[in-house]
Design a protein around this ligand. Structure first.
Ligand code: UP6
Length: 288
């Protein structure tokens, strides 16, 4: 099993959380504030670094380093939702270079395999040559929260986009099974998938599944949500409930606007965590 997958599974049990908050907000300092606010309720924090204004590229004191320190303090993994999709040469530059230097601070990234399997090999090479050093790991805070016993693996991990939530997408069954085949070739780097359901079918498969397009039904919301389960937003996003996704066997539910747009994102994250965890605790009984 990928070392970050075992770490994540342990975190899930420890924090009683299957929740990933997607920071779909557009300012770097607000993104960091959100990470602190929802930190206790989540196991993964998902970013879109390229939508943020005010990104500080300083490798030691900048935005990425600060986010990595918050992740150590609250015990969660950082997932940069970069959706790499170019040729191998270019994705290596996008992953390790530019303003964001994603490999320095994101434990997990994701990729489309539309350009073929070498995108995975290229990202793996870039991750391997990164060297495994956490930048600005905040040991003081980590010890305060008891996380000194939580040895964060120094490896980076990849998720493949095997299925998508947007209406009319072209990721059909054949494409999805090709993704799984590629993931099996790169087990030491690929942790799993962005998908709508689990995709493990062989005994040695231990891929995790993280699923976006997740919304609580309005009656369970603390505030008036415009998102209705089973419905779409104005641009083709399709939502189902956290309970449904967890009962399907998904490991992590990803929630963006349902939490970011709430009056109290911290309370809303805790509400999502509770609903998803309750379903997770029911799940083994249903499976047996
Ligand atoms: N995302 C999806 N669907 C996919 C893949 N990724 O929604 O198939 C990402 C989006 C967004 C988040 O890029 O960051 O998950 C969903 O946000 P939402 O909960 O506000 O819809």
């Amino acid at each position: 099993m990928h070392p970050l997958t075992s770490y994540l599974r342990r975190l899930i049990r420890h924090k009683r959380s299957n929740l990933c908050v997607s920071a779909d907000i557009t300012n770097a300092d607000e993104m960091l504030a959100l990470a602190r606010a929802v930190g206790p309720s989540i196991v993964v924090f998902k970013t879109h670094a390229d939508i943020l204004s005010g990104w500080d590229p300083d490798p030691v004191h900048g935005t990425g380093a600060k986010l990595a320190a918050i992740a150590r303090k609250y015990l969660f993994l950082v997932f940069e939702d970069r959706k790499f999709a170019d040729i191998g040469f270019t994705v290596q530059l996008q992953y390790a270079g530019g303003v964001h230097r994603i490999v320095d601070w994101a434990h997990i990234v994701n990729a489309h395999v539309i350009s073929g399997p070498d995108v995975v090999r290229a990202l793996q090479e870039a991750a391997d040559s990164w060297g495994g050093e956490e930048i600005n790991e905040d040991v003081g805070d980590a010890q305060e929260s008891g996380s000194d016993t939580w040895k964060l693996p120094s490896k980076r991990g990849l998720l493949l986009l095997a299925q998508m939530t947007s209406a009319g997408n072209f990721l059909n069954e054949e494409y999805t099974s090709n993704c799984v085949a590629i993931a099996r070739q790169y087990r030491e780097f690929v942790m799993g998938f962005i998908a709508l359901k689990p995709l493990n079918s062989q005994p040695e498969d231990d891929f995790i599944v993280m699923t976006p397009g997740c919304s609580l039904p309005p009656e369970e919301s603390l505030d008036d949500s415009e998102f209705v389960p089973g419905s779409e937003d104005a641009l083709g996003q399709q939502y189902v409930t956290p309970k449904e996704l967890i009962l399907r066997g998904c490991d992590i539910v990803i929630v963006g606007r349902g939490i970011c747009n709430a009056t109290d994102p911290s309370a809303k994250a805790e509400q999502y965590r509770g609903v998803a965890w309750q379903a997770y605790e029911e799940r083994p009984k249903l499976e047996s």
